[in-house]
Design a protein around this ligand. Structure first.
Ligand code: IVH
Length: 703
């Protein structure tokens, strides 16, 4: 899209504009060259959303964006339909009108093995009379398919697949996807009107963050990023759609009406790969860099199998590969059956879905007293793991998914997400299925269950219920909380039953002489446990806050709370209003945090923990900040020598960077410490990931 000369020129004028926006007469600058400023913003959106390689920080982009937005507000006559500001601020959508596609959206024939592909190739060769066919192979993106129409270079509409003939018009929501250009110079290719097809995705990191936020809110998570993408496109609040950070790959041109014969003859591509190149050059995120061309089916077969192994390293979900005849004339010649094109086929990867039977439902009591139904299912292999039990969240979820004991159910395990029930099949019932009975009393202590009106969850509110206490302690010692290694769930349960621990402070007063008499506890393992408990006292404040298990306070919220104070007990001075001022803290969280710090029992417990020597001061507050890691993503692996892992991670966040939990193409930097293992190997295979040492990382920080 932009060659190096253009890139340099745009980056230079970015600097000039950044200097301009500080000037008092900024509106004079803008009125002289408003398109210039818009082009700068389009360029940086492209660098960020299409190329995944930003040249300026989010803050700098926002500064320029706000200058344009303010100018347009003051001078509404200057607004154009494709101004970068026009993606947002459209408010609520009333409905999604039905709209016919210019060309029906067909589906692809599926293949599952080499024989299927050899068969596909044989038929194509027979029909065309050719001895060998050139194929273009690209990922099969697992999202929601869309169709876009551009007319006279402007985005006219975006439509869902619907029944293939007619879909729902969702243009305003499509405009929230920053990698979809609002205008593109199709005229340079002699194109007047064009219909292009693609897939809207929610990438794995955004999906995880989205699901984590749902879980923190006590709402059941979504089964997979595909449902998240499809659901997001049907939201009627455009601001919410924008927050979902959707992405789109555009991979097929289904219709062209020509405007200029000469430009058509000289510039319109004659191959599928050429079309992907054209889309890329026009500013679309096409799979230009993800596709490969092969002569003959044998190499295609090898490639699709190789690519399946890389599947988990991608930042987004794919469910297979699509093999397309590269020559567009040959595509026309091969034509369609009533269902599928004869020039393309999908190669499906190993399924991450499986069917099973719902045998029974157990009810577990968690650390907040929430009673969670857990479905026991006939064991089923899904994506390489055996699933035999699966959370079904709450009573509403059971109703929503229409679940009955004995039902056939569809399970999905997508990426590193815990398995979920996608749906049940009521049409397969034989009349022997039974209703799932929710208990009225706590299955652990027998106390009557309670459900506040605004809540979807039944709770045991008996604070002395063993389940509350034990689950709370298990959470406190767990890896993401205080990370007391070798403590673990089994030991918590054992020590509780033996009366060694009754509450969290007891962890720091364990009777080791009694533990030494238990089976399986030698001198060495006790030494290890003692050391781990001692080490946990130094855990940073955010971990301690998370470990306390305050309702709705997940790891992210705990970090926000820790950042706000120098000492944990200062949180008791915050009103609900003040808590709500903190980043991403809403009414619900503010309420539970306030209640937690205004409960005498909790304050007594905290004082005990402070006396036991736990870290109540915010040690990270003194770490250097002010650096510019904005927009950059980091992941640490292996052993760091100079920094503790927690401190290194805190430094990334304090300097505006983001942490990722896995290696993917969304990762900018993998900081590899000593003895780095599989993450390093994975990162080496993704060219865009920069692998740096701890030293290099430290150099990126301000002195
Ligand atoms: S080509 C006429 N390419 O898979 C054929 N489809 O059943 C146009 N899909 O409905 C489709 N990635 O939603 C094509 N790289 C890709 C794709 C892809 C995902 C979806 C698409 C289609 C379905 C096939």
């Amino acid at each position: 899209m932009y060659n190096s000369t253009q890139t340099t020129a745009l980056q230079n004028s970015t600097k000039t504009w950044l200097a301009n926006v500080k000037a008092k007469n900024i509106s004079d600058f803008i009125s002289k060259d408003i398109e210039g400023l818009r082009n700068i913003l389009r360029f940086h959106e492209y660098r960020y959303y299409v190329q995944n390689n930003p040249l300026i920080s989010d803050f700098e982009y926002d500064t320029l964006y706000k200058a344009l937005e303010k100018f347009e507000q003051d001078n509404p006559g200057t607004i154009t339909k494709d101004s970068p500001t026009q993606r947002v601020g459209k408010g609520l959508i009333k409905d999604f009108p039905k709209t016919a596609h210019l060309v029906p959206m067909l589906s692809l024939e599926n293949s599952y093995n080499a024989d299927d592909l050899i068969d596909f190739d044989r038929k194509a060769k027979e029909l065309s009379g050719l001895a060998q066919i050139e194929y273009c192979v690209e990922p099969k993106f697992d999202g929601a398919s869309i169709s876009l129409v551009y007319e006279n270079n402007m985005l006219l509409r975006g439509v869902t697949r619907g029944d293939g003939e007619v879909g729902d018009e969702i243009t305003l929501n499509i405009m929230q996807i920053k990698s979809v250009p609002l205008s593109a110079k199709f005229s340079e290719y002699g194109i007047g009107q064009v219909e292009i097809r693609g897939e809207v995705l929610m990438n794995k990191n955004n999906f995880k963050a989205y699901n984590d936020a749902l879980i923190e809110e006590g709402i059941p998570p979504l089964a997979n990023p595909r449902n998240a993408a499809a659901g997001s496109l049907r939201i009627k609040d455009t601001a919410e759609v924008s927050r979902r950070n959707l992405e789109a790959f555009l991979y097929h041109v289904s219709f062209i009406s020509n405007s200029n014969q000469q430009a058509k003859d000289t510039k319109q591509p004659t191959t599928h790969a050429g079309m992907l190149e054209m889309l890329w050059n026009l500013g679309f995120r096409s799979p230009k860099n993800e596709m490969k061309i092969f002569n003959g089916i044998e190499d295609v077969i090898k490639h699709v199998h190789d690519f399946e192994k890389e599947r988990d390293a991608l930042g987004y979900e794919i469910d297979g590969m699509v093999i397309k005849v590269n020559d567009l004339h040959l595509q026309d010649e091969l034509g369609m059956t009533s269902h599928h094109p004869r020039w393309a086929i999908a190669f499906k990867f190993k399924a991450r879905q499986g069917t099973s039977k719902l045998i029974a439902v157990d009810f577990q009591v968690g650390r907040t007293g929430a009673v969670t139904p857990v479905a026991k299912i006939e064991p089923v292999q899904v994506g390489g793991v055996t699933v035999s039990s699966i959370s079904i969240h709450n009573e509403d979820y059971i109703k929503e998914k229409n679940l009955m004991l004995g039902d056939t159910i569809l399970i999905e395990r997508s990426g590193d997400v815990i398995p979920q029930i996608v749906k049940s099949f009521p049409e397969l019932r034989n009349g022997k299925e039974k209703k799932i009975q929710f208990p009225t009393h706590c299955p652990v202590c027998g106390h009557a269950l309670f459900k506040p009106e605004e809540d979807a969850v039944w709770r045991c509110i008996n604070l002395n219920c063993a389940a509350h206490i034990v689950e709370g302690i298990i959470h406190f010692v767990s890896k993401d909380a205080m990370d007391i290694k070798s403590f673990g769930e089994a030991n918590v349960r054992k020590f509780y039953e033996l009366g060694f621990i009754k509450n969290i402070p007891d962890i720091y007063n364990l009777p080791f002489e009694k533990i030494a008499q238990l089976d399986g506890f030698g001198e060495k393992s006790i030494g290890k446990l003692q050391q781990a408990i001692e080490d946990s006292k130094k855990q940073p404040l955010n971990r301690l806050i998370y470990a306390l298990g305050i309702r709705y306070v997940g790891e992210t919220t705990a970090k926000t709370l820790a950042r706000a104070v120098d000492h944990l007990l200062q949180l008791a001075d915050y009103s609900e209003e003040q808590l709500k001022q903190l980043e991403d803290i809403g009414v619900k969280v503010a309420k539970t945090v306030y209640e937690f710090f205004h409960n005498e029992d909790n304050i007594r417990l905290l004082s005990q923990l402070e006396q036991l020597g736990l870290q109540f001061n915010n040690s990270n507050k003194n770490l250097v900040t002010g650096g510019n890691l904005t927009g950059q993503t980091f992941l640490f692996t292996g052993t760091l020598v100079q920094l503790k892992r927690n401190d290194a991670e805190a430094l990334v966040e304090k300097n505006g960077g983001k942490l990722l939990s896995a290696v993917s193409s969304n990762l900018n930097y993998l900081v590899a410490g000593e003895k780095a293992g599989s993450k390093l190997e994975k990162a080496k295979k993704i060219p865009s990931v920069k692998i740096i040492s701890e030293e290099d990382f430290l150099k990126m920080l301000p002195a």
